[in-house]
Design a protein around this ligand. Structure first.
Ligand SMILES: [Zn+2]
Length: 314
């Protein structure tokens, strides 16, 4: 009978430590998602599923003879413990709430629930700001959360639990629904925002706004000749009077037949009036397009244009 040693050969041990290393490095990369203030819901879910799997794979390797004692193992383990800490940090919970709040805001928007849109967007924004504040970067003078940030995080998690935004994220807190932590000042501000949104919605039922800066009345139509303009009936008359005086044919400017369909594809381009950047939103009717143009403010100085997309070719 031959005595078979249980000890791995040096080559085997190297291979196992190398595997541990790869797992640890990968875990470190994935954990970075959970520190990114702009992480998407998909990214957070991915990281939340992958990190525990990496940790169990690492634990299996560490249980093999010799691996835990290998001189390079502590370094790999430090990546893994950092990833585990990130997974369990309040930031990860806040990012889950942010993703849930974004979905809730989209649902509220689809249901014309202005207060819902305002509240959920505000929740998302506050979560992401706190994740940003959690970054520790001593060189840049960033020391992570203050006591105030910690309190704000607790309040947000509690609030999110009340609104059903934190299912599974922090079930211990999901007990007593209470809006008491919702500061009255913030509440008044949000109510004001919601009222402004509702007012814009009412205004925009008349359709797209006339682009003549002296007019700006609602219910304008797409016209011939003045390519980027949307004009009301009065401004069409005024434009023709001006153009006739310049020697153009009368009725140069006319509503484009089928130029303002009730249901079509309206592309609202929101641009940065004082810098670079633009974002487009597609809408299915002129009322919605004008509403988006008046309520979405991705830049400090947002301007907009609305155009009708060519109907799809059959
Ligand atoms: Zn006008």
């Amino acid at each position: 009978m031959t005595q078979v040693s249980n000890l791995p050969t040096a080559a085997e041990l190297d291979r196992q430590v190398h595997r541990l290393y790869n797992i640890a490095r990968r875990a470190r990369t994935i954990a970075a998602i959970l520190a990114n203030p702009q992480a998407t819901g998909d990214g957070v879910e991915y990281a939340s599923a992958r990190i525990p799997r990496a940790l169990s794979a690492a634990r299996r390797l560490l249980a093999l003879p010799g691996v835990a004692d290998h001189e390079e193992t502590p370094y790999a383990v430090s990546f893994l413990t950092a990833a585990e800490r990130q997974l369990n940090a309040p930031s990860a919970g806040l990012l889950r709430i942010a993703a849930a709040a974004r979905r809730a805001a989209a649902r509220a928007d689809a249901a014309d629930d202005d207060f819902g849109v305002v509240v959920f967007r505000d929740t998302e924004e506050r979560c992401r700001l706190l994740v940003e504040a959690a970054v520790v970067e001593p060189v840049l003078g960033r020391r992570g959360w203050s006591a105030r940030d910690r309190a704000a995080s607790d309040a947000l998690q509690q609030q999110a639990a009340c609104w059903g935004l934190a299912k599974g994220a922090d079930s211990a807190r999901a007990t007593e629904p209470s809006l008491a932590d919702f500061a009255p000042a913030a509440s008044a501000y949000l109510s004001q925002q919601a009222a402004a949104r509702a007012a814009a919605r009412t205004r925009c039922t008349a359709g797209i706004r006339c682009t003549e800066s002296t007019c700006l009345s609602y219910g304008a139509v797409k016209v011939t000749y003045l390519v980027d303009s949307w004009l009301c009936a009065d401004c069409i008359k005024a434009a023709n009077t001006r153009l006739t005086a310049e020697g153009r044919a009368p009725d140069t400017v006319r509503p484009i037949p089928e130029g303002t369909p009730e249901s079509g594809r309206y592309i609202v381009t929101l641009y940065n009036g004082t810098g670079k950047g633009a974002r487009s939103v597609e809408c299915s009717n002129p009322q919605r397009a004008q509403f988006i143009a008046e309520t979405e403010r991705p830049f400090n100085n947002t301007g907009y244009t609305i155009r009708v997309a060519a109907p799809p070719q059959d």
